[in-house]
Design a protein around this ligand. Sequence first.
Ligand code: 5GP
Ligand code: MG
Length: 170
Amino acid sequence: MKNWGTEFMNKDIAEVLITEEQIRQRVKELGEQISREYAGKEVVLLCHLKMDFMSISSYGDAQKTSGIVRINKDMDSSITGKHVIIAEDIMDSGLTLSYLTRLLSERQPASLRVCALLDKPERRECEITPDYCGFTIPNKFVVGYGLDYKGYYRNLPYVGVLDPKVYEQQ
Ligand code: 5GP
Ligand code: MG
């Protein structure tokens, strides 16, 4: 049986792009900035990670979004008149978020912004930029800190470039 422990996974990482410490520092800075800008306001933080309140998946292969999005589970609460921040892991083609922001705008929130930990602007296929961005990264497939490849590598504490041999072998 394959051992999927962190030690094993480290071997599949071609390059550590952002260290655990760098992520901690930047997340703290973003948190402080957002807290300042929304001081006194009630904010709805919408995560659309696969495990959360709203779950979205796009049809396509493991590394590329098709832009066709399916809502697996919608939010439980109404966002009409609320200040909403969408928390996103990574913005790539931008198709997922462009679809989601259009959909949520129709529900008439007081404001709607996007916070993405990572941004790959080189890959953009539509006009959208995150309002808050942790790190701008090059056009490479990354894993760790919640980002997976076929369900694996999510638990790595840093963001690293997945060695292409991992997906080229398949
Ligand atoms: P977009 O619609 O912007 O192309 O798709 C964004 C989604 O694609 C992300 O939320 C993420 O699930 C996935 N994605 C895009 N780039 C990467 C990457 O480098 N690594 C991983 N693990 N997922 C990615
Ligand atoms: Mg995502």
